[in-house]
Design a protein around this ligand. Structure first.
Ligand code: GLU
Length: 415
């Protein structure tokens, strides 16, 4: 694991694009900083009666294009700089797919696997209360991220609603469908990545049938990526989670992987394959590599060992700027996170719209609208790749920054 600071990476990516565009100094200064940062230290009563104090964050990077939007993660190494980076990436992501949101992110420094279900609920409800001075359906709308899920979103929705005295489903997305969630939200990140990949494969003249896929991470994005890509005829040759990975060039049985993950807690327990470390799956022989775990996984130390022809960034920030350059020089096509994983927040947007209208779509409509958004964004990014003759991440940044700057320009600087 690299010790690179994600906020340095996010800012370096932004400055590269700002320099390339010759961005006005004033906008550069505005966008180099998050708009708001909230740090909370809050107590939670544990099951044995002890009181523990946890630290959490909510950062809003920019809200020029609409309410702040972005997930909440629960992880032991969450820190302010990581949340800042993730918030900035959300600003660009919502702009790339052109949905009317700004960018935000939140996190609690905790290993949720060490909490009982009741402790997790108390922690979630107290954190939701602590950040309730920022969140709201017209202000800032959280969603799932690493180690959070529909149940956690339900507790946030319920807590916020209890304070208001009425149900406010639009305060959070990624909820269970029973309380105002959207059909198709669970698999949205992976399905969006899949749609973007199909467009990329067309450009490379590669078929999805028989394509060999390696996936790092088996959580919200990785599990569904395995299902969707294998359902389309691709062969999953490697997967990993935080405990390790499993490789089989003949292909892994996805149904079995899902069962093993559910029952044993890790894909390492899958029987029919070679056991490897969590990061080794990045270097296996494959056509499509899907990093779907954490930041800073593809670095200058392993970028020249990546064998995939296409890298689909389902995770946020998996590739460092140095690794980006190496992959580009080697002709590896990288679908950048702010495009490749935007399907999650796009269906979050659909969920929020459905909540505000109290009118719910069927699964087919969600999928179709998502496909349209992803294809449009893909072509807008790749038109820029061709026009400007730059790598896809830089093209996606230019597109996003133009949209955000345009919004700031039209609104003007207050007062
Ligand atoms: N956590 C997801 C992301 O990083 C989804 C955010 C959302 O739906 O607001 O894009």
């Amino acid at each position: 694991m690299s010790t690179l600071n994600p906020w340095d990476v996010a800012r370096a990516q932004f400055f590269e694009a700002a320099d390339f565009m010759g961005l006005d100094e004033g906008y550069r200064k505005i966008l180099a900083h998050p708009k708001r940062e909230l740090i909370v230290h809050f107590p939670v009563q544990m099951d044995d009666g002890r009181v523990e104090v946890f630290t959490g964050y909510r950062v809003q990077h920019n809200i020029a294009r609409g309410p702040a939007k972005g997930g909440i993660r629960f992880a032991p190494d969450v820190n302010l700089d990581e949340v800042r980076a993730l918030a900035m990436w959300m600003t660009w992501k919502t702009a790339v797919v052109n949905i009317p949101y700004g960018g935000a992110k939140g996190g609690v420094r905790v290993d949720p696997h060490r909490l009982s279900p009741r402790e997790l609920e108390r922690l979630t409800r107290r954190f939701a209360t602590e950040i309730s001075i920022l969140i709201g359906p017209e202000r800032d709308i959280p969603a799932p991220d690493v180690n959070t899920n529909p149940q956690v979103m339900a507790w946030i929705m319920d807590t916020y609603s209890m304070h208001k005295g009425y149900s406010v489903p639009g305060v959070v997305t990624g909820k269970p469908v029973e309380i105002g969630g959207s059909k198709g939200r669970l698999e949205a990140t992976a399905l969006g990545s899949f749609y973007a990949t199909l467009e990329a494969l067309k450009r490379k003249n590669l078929p999805i049938e028989g394509a060999r896929v390696s996936i790092q991470g088996f959580g919200n994005a990785g599990q569904y990526a395995a299902r969707i890509f294998s359902g389309a005829g691709a062969r999953i040759v490697a997967v990993s989670d935080s405990r390790g990975g499993v490789v089989n060039p003949k292909g892994l049985d996805v149904q079995r992987l899902l069962e093993v993950k559910k029952n044993e807690g890790t894909v390492v327990a899958y029987e029919d394959g070679e056991k490897v470390g969590p990061a080794d799956v990045l270097e296996v022989d494959c056509d499509i590599l899907i990093p779907a775990a954490l930041e800073n996984q593809i670095t200058k130390d392993n970028a020249d060992k990546i064998q995939a022809k296409v890298v689909v960034e389902a995770a946020n920030g998996p590739t460092t700027p140095e690794a980006d350059r190496i992959l580009h020089e080697r002709g590896v096509l990288v679908l950048p996170d702010i495009l490749a994983n935007a399907g999650g927040v796009t269906v979050s947007y659909f969920e929020w719209v459905q909540d505000l209208y109290s009118f719910f779509w069927d699964h087919a409509r969600v999928r179709e609208e998502l496909r349209k958004v992803m294809e449009r964004a893909f072509h807008q990014v790749f038109d820029k790749v061709e026009h400007l003759n730059v790598h896809p991440r830089l093209a996606a940044y230019v597109l996003a920054i133009e949209r955000v700057v345009e919004a700031i320009k039209i609104r003007g600087i207050y007062p």
